[in-house]
Design a protein around this ligand. Sequence first.
Ligand code: GLC
Length: 563
Amino acid sequence: MSFASTAESPTAAAGLGSDPQWWRQAAVYQIYPRSFADADGNGIGDLRGITSRVGYLQDLGIDAVWLSPFYPSALADGGYDVDDYRDVDPKIGTLEDFDTMIDALHRAGIRLIVDIVPNHTSDRHEWFLEALKSPTGSAARERYIFRDGTGAAGEQPPSDWTSIFGGPAWTRITEPDGSPGQWFLHSFAKEQPDLNWHNREVHEDFLQTLRFWSDRGVDGFRVDVAHGLSKDLPANLPSQAELDATPKDGAHPIWDRDEVHEIYREWRGVFNEYDPPKIGVAEAWVDSARRPKYASAEGLGQAFNFDLLEASFDAAQFRETVTFNLELAAKSGSSSTWVLSNHDVVRHATRYGLPPKAPQEDKAGTHWLLTAGTSPELEAEAGLRRARAASLFELALPGSAYLYQGEELGLHEVAEIPDTDRQDPTFFRSPGFSVGRDGCRVPMPWSSAGGSLGFGEGDAHLPQPEWFARYSVQAQDTVEDSTLNLYRRALQLRRELQGEDALEWIELPGSEVLAFRRPGGWLCVTNFDVEAVPLPDGEVLVSSQPLAVDVLPGETTVWLREH
Ligand code: GLC
């Protein structure tokens, strides 16, 4: 069933309206479901947990939730290893729980974007299991990227490629008769075999998945590794060094190939069967100039822009990033997106409190900032002060802001996770290089006391440090200057003030001061310097730090209504 007509659209029925442009300036809140709220006490967050917190999300003032994968999965990569794209992980709930959750979100005026993972399945997906049981060259193997090995008996991998998480990108299988067999490609963990997007069946199956969730009422899709699907691997594979030296200009064998957009044109066809049309947002770590194609109206419609996340807390870098990305968004006709934190990077309160480090780039061009989390060098208070200023700056920008659960509490990265508790495959596959991404995935602290600080009845699946209690929702709820109340105020004002998606820079004294005007006559002013500067004229709407009369303190953002 497809809701092709306006009459019975589930979102319209729930009072969300049918504005096809709802996403242009939306504040979208990412929920990493395993770590949000655990209703059944098994230590893993679940859908009923999310439903129980819809009131919190509504009070926060967000427009949409982006839900990271909740599909059946062995969690070899936190759910980005999907066993079945059209079901819910029993550890997380049921399809009925999903329906209840989406209904509760919609009733609260919050839309839902779900994560979709088309670059790879898990190694427990029925297709992969079938491929293992089927002979070389069979239709089942054709859905993946299998190759014979090199060496006299095929005992060497087809090439020396390394996976993005570290370690080899090829794994050898055992053939059904017990003999060592072919090798399959996995750009990430070995539990994540890459799909072959030259295969029509793969296309059809994903179209079916898009319709499955769209019919259940989801409003959009966040597309994982959107730049990796189309691959063109020659018979003689290049070496890793040759691959690294190949420009990513549309003809690279793996990343950001031009023909990937044919896939998204097909997906757009499905999106437009609905009213309002579904929205896609690409996770594409590509050269900025190539981003507009992913964000175009014929394609997914939006693409993540990670430039602000990669910038230091610095006036010149922030200004350049904003100007550049607004121009870029205009090229695609989309709005810009802004991101400071997500489930893959060190939380921004911590990043801004650490001495600057060169980001570490992997082969996909991904800057995952896979550094150790907190460290003795961390200036926790300064980091949080800068994070609050940066978040308030971000929320004033035209475009949509993607927020990550826990940033509204000012959470820092958790460094003190024992190695025995770590879960991220990057930690296991990159020994000594990366502690992985678990530090930003520690379950939310809802209360200041109790087993897992209100996350659930049982233990949290990743240990919460003692200091989490001070950052809990309960600890901040009624404290006027808390980070939580700063986000609440800013998000509420953002709704009231939001007009056209335009911005005009204004020049104020001080090389470390950035100021811009938004249509409707309000200003956002950020002082990146540690020294205070005079507060510009205007009625103060919200500020990231308490203000003294006529003074804008160091590392502070303020929104002002012009007199
Ligand atoms: C994306 C996800 C990341 C995941 C990877 C492989 O980058 O954001 O968490 O590990 O894809 O699916």
